[in-house]
Design a protein around this ligand. Structure first.
Ligand SMILES: C[S@@+](CC[C@H](N)C(=O)[O-])C[C@H]1O[C@@H](n2cnc3c(N)ncnc32)[C@H](O)[C@@H]1O
Length: 219
């Protein structure tokens, strides 16, 4: 997803640096993320949060969890943060990072993040772009470095090739899951769809009748 740049984005981000943390501040925040939230409680991180529908929905549904949406595109993070700010003001359990998921270990220390979400990550179908996929081994290494032992990565996609690639990548990395931890058609599975918060892309692909794949893999 590439969004056309918005002229208001960088000024808005500068004015709302309490909600959206840039890369430099994120690096300085290592080990101290809880201080940005009202309550000390587990932090769940979404990497590639796009326009932010999922992370906002999760933060509203689960006040007992602190959420961070991370995005590499300035326009996307600005749209996400502004939309949530305009709708509900500053939520006590939601913050954003304008940054790159590759290198997340420079922002968080081991165990500081309790769970990582990847939703409809860019598929990068060409082999020569494999290292840009958010489930490539170098990204997994970064996630492992910030999660507790046996920490969990929860991944949803419409893209069968990326799903299969990711399962192999998780397995090669030594990650594990049980049959209960994945589905090839989330919205046809009454149990697994319970509490599901839909992302923008999820709604787009569901409208086209495409199945949504989901897996929870553990280190
Ligand atoms: C296809 S969009 C999906 C957006 C949203 N998660 C959804 O499901 O609607 C993928 C998003 O991941 C972001 N992204 C790609 N690589 C990233 C990286 N290395 N770090 C952080 N965000 C990244 C892109 O900028 C894009 O906004």
């Amino acid at each position: 997803m590439h969004l056309r740049s918005k002229p208001w984005a960088s000024d808005w981000l500068a004015e709302h640096s309490d909600i959206v943390i840039d890369q430099d501040r994120a690096t300085a925040q290592i080990g101290q993320w809880q201080s940005l939230f009202d309550q000390e409680q587990p932090i769940y991180l979404e990497i590639g949060s796009g326009k932010g529908q999922f992370i906002l929905g999760m933060a509203l549904a689960h006040p007992e969890i602190n959420y961070i949406g991370m995005e590499i595109q300035e326009t996307a993070i600005a749209i996400a943060a502004r939309k949530s700010f305009d709708q509900v003001g500053t939520l006590p359990n939601l913050r954003y990072i304008y940054g790159n998921g590759n290198g997340v270990e420079t922002y968080f220390e081991k165990g500081e993040v309790s769970k990582v979400y990847l939703n409809f990550s860019d598929p990068w179908p060409k082999k020569r772009h494999e290292s840009r996929r958010l489930t490539y081994k170098s990204f997994l290494k970064s996630y492992e470095a910030v999660l507790p032992e046996h920490g969990e990565v929860e991944f949803k996609t419409d893209n069968r090739h990326l799903f299969e690639y990711s399962m192999v990548s998780f397995m090669d990395y030594g990650m594990r899951w049980t049959p209960e931890d994945y589905t090839l058609d989330l919205h046809a599975d009454e149990d697994k769809v319970q509490g599901n918060i839909e992302t923008e892309y999820e709604q787009k692909f569901m409208a086209k009748g495409q199945p949504i794949y989901k897996i929870k893999a553990h280190f």
